[in-house]
Design a protein around this ligand. Structure first.
Ligand code: NAD
Length: 500
């Protein structure tokens, strides 16, 4: 399945890169146009690691037709068998943790030890969780009268169009695959153009355990393959993870055809630190929650740090000291804590936010700033951990999703005021409360307008918890049985007259 393609890299040098076809109806195919897109290694500017098909409307159409045909049988496959397929996929993934982790690190720039390997582990957990709950797609009997048997069935919806971003490409694809397909739907998945390789590898594993057409993967650009998928008349449900801007386009496309839509979008999540939590464990938690080891490229990054004024300076000193010890560099090196930003466009975007912060007269850079202009880090899109203090909550760097390793620190004294600032955002995805007094912590947790609040914890989502956003951070829930039932099944009521 891996062929070589000759071409030139972005610097104009002749290169031969592996070529990975895409998956339609169980076959590994090229785009109808024959066109390809290159996948760059962001830790080495300009070096292509592979080429994938540049799928467009015609390819999406083939995939949707294949998915619609496969749905006729897959919907009738017993849930237990669908669940077993997920468990087998998980077992096969176990054998490929290292290869997949290296692939993710190479195409995303995410460091292998703190980020890429744990992403593969979390992907395995996702398949095991949904495989385990497959038979819970139950309906209910409704006790209306002795003369009537009234019951609800949970039925799959049909062809799902899934679109995912590049920041956790394997895990986010696994969620779409496991939730949609376990519930009896078939799927056409469009990975991000920057990180399709691990998704294609995942698809290779999945097709060993699924009939042809149940899972299809069309690689390509968002405005071509993605937009065609969002509009395709055979798609009965859209499930999108990505930016709020593109989420809006997806919702418009869904509205045009009245199809249900789930959106997992952006965030600018608050982390509130109380006076009783000026300690090393909280500093570690804040760094984890900010997803510094993913270069801050996470929708759930706790990127607005609200520090109580009484501990502001001491906590900041601990934070800066710890961040100064993070090792930035080669994502494949086990010693690396932080890899590179995904691509040139995001790199420029992150730098423009840093410039914006630097231009504010009262802002102070506690650590970091613009990336180095010489040395080994200039080989890739590397940005070092950056913390701004003296930040006004109204500034752009405090309001917009930077999607880079840039943390803003805002002091607070009054709890109500801190929560008001935390909620003063059009986003509402995640939040972190660091407070040892649990009644205060829970009071804050209940007042914060976010779909996910963590108290004294900065790690990631766990299968079984319902995860999703408030406000412009999204619609629908993932990671849980409830999310799967709400987003990937539809209820049918059956009424039987028992008197005849
Ligand atoms: P993006 O919205 O640019 O792209 C996401 C996906 O949509 C990609 O596959 C892309 O090709 C596709 N796409 C782009 N334009 C499209 C169009 N016009 N029609 C259809 N598809 C299109 O996002 P990104 O830059 O890849 O990822 C970063 C964003 O994703 C951030 O805003 C982040 O917060 C968000 N995100 C959210 C979650 C969550 O769970 N809430 C998780 C990860 C990332």
């Amino acid at each position: 399945m891996v062929e070589e393609t000759s071409g030139v890299d972005r610097a104009g040098r002749a290169v031969t890169v592996p070529h990975r076809p895409m998956l339609i109806e169980g076959e590994w195919v090229e785009a109808a146009s024959g066109r390809t897109i290159e996948v760059e290694n962001p830790a080495r500017r300009g070096s292509a690691v592979a080429a994938v098909p540049r799928g467009e409307a015609e390819d999406v159409d083939r995939a949707c037709r294949a998915a619609a045909a496969a749905f006729e049988r897959w919907r009738l496959t017993p849930p237990r068998e669908r669940g077993l397929a997920m468990l087998r996929i998980a077992d096969d993934l176990e054998a490929e943790v290292e290869d997949l982790a290296r692939l993710i690190a190479t195409e995303t720039g995410n460091a292998i030890r703190p980020q890429s390997r744990p992403e593969v582990r979390s992907t395995i957990d996702i398949f095991r969780y949904f495989g385990g709950v497959a038979q819970e797609t139950k309906g209910e009997v409704v006790p209306i009268s002795e003369q009537l048997l009234v019951y609800h069935r949970r039925e799959p919806i049909g062809v799902v169009g899934g679109i995912v971003p590049w920041n956790s490409p394997l895990q986010l694809s696994a969620l779409k695959v496991a939730m949609a397909i376990t519930a009896g739907n078939t799927l056409v998945l469009k990975p991000a153009e920057d990180a399709p390789l691990c998704v294609l590898r995942l698809a290779e594993i999945c097709v060993r355990h699924l009939p042809p057409g149940v899972l299809n993967v069309v690689t390509g650009l968002g405005e071509e393959a993605g937009a065609a998928l969002a509009r395709h008349p055979f798609v009965r449900k859209l499930s999108f993870t990505g930016s709020t801007e593109v989420g809006r386009l997806i919702m418009h496309a869904a509205a045009d055809r009245i199809v249900p839509v789930s959106l997992e979008l952006g965030g600018k999540s608050p982390a509130l630190v109380y006076p009783d939590s000026d300690n090393e464990a909280t500093v570690e938690g804040v760094i984890t929650g900010m997803r510094f080891t993913r270069q801050g490229q996470s929708c759930t990054a706790g990127s607005r740090l609200f520090l109580h004024r009484s501990i502001h300076d001491s906590f900041l000193a601990r934070l800066v000291e710890r961040l100064s010890r993070l090792r930035v560099g080669d994502p494949l090196d086990e010693a690396t804590d932080m890899g590179s930003i995904i691509n040139a466009r995001q790199f420029r975007r992150v730098c423009s936010y840093i410039e914006d912060g630097l231009a504010q007269a009262s802002a102070r850079v506690a650590i970091g700033g613009l990336p180095p202009r010489e040395g080994p880090l200039t080989e890739g899109y590397f940005v070092t951990p950056t913390v701004f203090t003296g930040v006004d909550h109204g500034w752009r760097i405090a309001r917009e999703e930077i999607f880079g390793p840039v943390l803003v620190v805002i002091p607070w004294e009054d709890e109500e005021e801190a929560i008001r600032m935390a909620n003063d955002s059009h986003y509402g995805l995640a939040a972190y409360v660091w407070c040892r007094d649990l009644s205060r912590a829970l009071r804050a947790a209940h007042c914060i307008e976010s779909g996910w609040v963590q108290v004294n914890r900065g790690l990631g989502q766990l299968p079984g918890m319902s995860y999703g956003g408030f406000k412009e951070s999204g619609i629908g829930r993932e990671f849980s049985l409830e999310g799967m039932l709400e987003s990937f099944t539809q209820r049918k009521a059956v009424v039987v007259d028992l008197t005849r």
